[in-house]
Design a protein around this ligand. Structure first.
Ligand SMILES: Cc1cc2nc3c(=O)[nH]c(=O)nc-3n(C[C@H](O)[C@H](O)[C@H](O)COP(=O)(O)OP(=O)(O)OC[C@H]3O[C@@H](n4cnc5c(N)ncnc54)[C@H](O)[C@@H]3O)c2cc1C
Ligand SMILES: NC(=O)c1ccc[n+]([C@@H]2O[C@H](COP(=O)([O-])OP(=O)(O)OC[C@H]3O[C@@H](n4cnc5c(N)ncnc54)[C@H](OP(=O)(O)O)[C@@H]3O)[C@@H](O)[C@H]2O)c1
Length: 513
């Protein structure tokens, strides 16, 4: 992906264009190929054309479905997914779609970033399709990775007192694990459910905790252990609501549970965890073993690595946003983020694996890089900058960072300022959204710096974005297109082609979630 690119095509002087047309076309081609001065820039070679035009998280569901119209079911199913290949479902978008189409996977609710919209579309596509092949006896492992034991050493607060957020600097010891990574990779970590939540669930189910139940690996374990370590009790799926509906002796409970299974917009309780369901529907009490069998396995969570092995040998650092939320008078705690923040240090070894990413620094350190990472999206850019600092690289590096308030949420401020001072980072633009009456976001800073940003890209620069997929990444993508229109004088269609070409050359890379 990061090899030297072919020279930028130039419109010859004798071609049938006016000088103005020739200048415009040369500019457009330079934008496409990444280098106004062809040969001088270290732009990477175009990667192979994508097979799946809908495989782009910046496209809306409607656009993706239109691109996949008329294709086989497995491709339309793929188009319904969030296109992040984040691995949270245990597959990639393509392999999850194929598993559903071939009947190897039963659950249409596994796409975490795609959320309800994806689940609804998958269900409707599957309902319209002819019956799939009989499910295979054994589900093939979706994403196989080396798993090893690591220890969490530290989970200290990065946000300062007064912040609305709890963001942690997590340090993980890789000693003895044999795990290695490159800047840009992510780590998958196994988490455990909160023991207090498990106890509340057992109490509601009138269980002691010792009753044996089957786990997804086929082993029987006491239900307390199964709920704590093996089963996802935070996000029950259709299989569980169906089972509860069948068991419910009260008709209103059965009806409400069916509405939840159907994904009706007004179905209650919304965003229910298993405890919500057990408390809301006291007449629904299937056998414990059946309940356990209906639950998905507790999946590892992925985190972008915020360190470089050259700077922090034997360690992984994370920038972790702790998820806490008050819902129906109960504090909801993100399974993995609260586990890592509050309990993992005492837990001893936990299972981890490295997910190798496409998100990579350019091969040539002289290539300009523009990094856009608000909030915890800063993580891989700290890794990039640590790596470059360790190697003594001083090229053109530009970071857009944003968060709520400068005084409390300026993550890694002193490190970033030190890198600015020693030339590891050549430009830092910050956007603190709540330091003034109107919202200021990273894309506003990009617009203010549009002409420099366009010039860096024309000179072969790479653009990286990390963080929130649902709002920020879409807006930053739209801003890039707008800059291509205003600075490169491209039409809307040309701006779209330009950004697609940039991505295909590996010069526009996204790690969004
Ligand atoms: C490739 C990749 C890289 C990632 N890198 C990072 C990273 O560097 N740092 C990081 O903090 N996270 C990162 N994440 C997100 C991370 O994997 C988890 O999703 C996150 O920590 C929440 O998991 P949880 O188990 O704590 O919450 P869960 O128990 O899974 O609950 C999450 C639920 O809370 C809601 N929610 C509310 N606020 C948030 C929030 N701030 N984040 C997520 N869900 C929220 C969601 O709608 C969801 O229903 C990354 C995800 C991917 C796919
Ligand atoms: N699944 C979920 O429900 C959920 C919810 C929250 C976060 N998350 C995940 O957690 C990740 C990191 O969260 P985080 O707390 O570190 O950061 P974050 O929520 O992305 O916030 C970082 C900064 O981005 C700003 N922001 C909000 N909307 C934006 C937009 N459209 N464009 C640009 N900037 C915008 C925020 O401003 P304001 O806050 O002032 O608007 C804040 O200043 C997110 O990227 C997301 O994937 C998931």
């Amino acid at each position: 992906m990061n090899a030297i690119s072919p020279p930028t095509p130039i419109i010859p002087d004798n071609a049938p264009f006016t000088p103005a047309q020739r200048a415009w076309l040369n500019g457009f081609l330079a934008g496409l190929y990444g280098g106004a001065q062809a040969g001088q820039s270290a732009a990477p070679a175009p990667v192979e054309a994508e097979d799946f035009p809908w495989h782009d998280p910046a496209l809306e569901m409607e656009e993706r479905m239109a691109l996949a119209a008329g294709k086989p079911l497995k491709r339309r199913l793929m188009a319904a997914m969030a296109q992040l290949d984040c691995g949270q479902c245990g597959y990639l978008c393509q392999s999850y779609a194929e598993a559903l189409a071939e009947g190897r996977e039963e659950s249409a609710s596994l796409c975490v970033p795609g959320a309800k919209a994806t689940t609804k579309m998958l269900k409707s596509l599957l309902a319209d399709a002819p019956a799939a092949a009989a499910p295979a006896a054994v589900k093939p492992a979706a994403v196989e990775k080396k798993t090893a034991l690591v220890r969490v050493l530290q989970a200290s607060r990065l946000t300062l007192p007064g912040s609305a957020k709890d963001v942690r600097h997590v340090v993980i010891d890789l000693a003895g694990s044999g795990l290695h990574y490159e800047p840009g990779d992510s780590i998958g970590l196994a988490a455990q459910n909160d023991p207090a939540l498990v106890q509340a669930l057992l109490t509601s189910l009138s269980a002691t905790g010792d009753e044996p139940v089957p786990c997804p690996d086929g082993v029987q374990r006491p239900v307390r252990e199964a709920f704590t370590t093996h089963l996802d009790i935070a996000r029950p799926q259709d299989r569980t609501t169906e089972l509860l509906a069948m068991a419910a002796t009260h008709p209103r409970h059965a009806e409400a549970l069916r509405k939840l299974t159907d994904g009706d917009d007004d179905a209650e309780p919304a965003h229910a965890d298993l405890l919500d369901l057990i408390e809301a529907f006291p007449s629904a009490r299937p056998p414990l073993a059946d309940l356990a069998r209906s639950l998905p396995s507790l999946k590892p969570r992925l985190y972008s690595i915020a360190s470089s092995l050259r700077a922090t040998p034997g360690q992984v650092h994370l920038c972790l946003g702790v998820v806490r939320d008050l819902r129906r008078d109960r504090l909801r705690q993100g399974v993995a983020s609260c586990f890592l923040a509050d309990r993992a240090i005492e837990m001893g070894p936990i299972a981890a694996s490295i997910t190798t990413s496409h998100f990579r620094l350019p091969a040539d350190p002289a290539t300009p890089i523009i990094m856009c990472g608000p909030g915890t999206g800063i993580a891989p850019f700290r890794a990039f900058l640590q790596e470059r600092a360790a190697l003594g690289q001083k090229g053109r590096t530009w970071l857009f960072f944003g968060d709520q308030r400068g005084a409390t949420d300026f993550l890694f401020r002193s490190e970033l300022e030190a890198w600015l001072a020693d030339g590891t980072l050549s430009r830092l633009d910050t956007a603190f959204s709540r330091d003034q009456a109107e919202k200021i976001y990273v894309q506003h800073r990009m617009k203010e710096a549009a002409s420099d940003l366009w010039r860096w890209l024309q000179e072969g620069g790479h653009f990286y974005i990390c963080g929130d997929a649902s709002r920020m990444a879409k807006d930053v993508d739209a801003t890039l297109r707008q800059i291509a229109r205003s600075e490169g004088r491209l039409t809307e269609d040309q701006a779209r082609d330009w950004i697609v070409a940039l991505a295909r050359q590996g010069r526009y890379q996204r790690d969004v979630y």
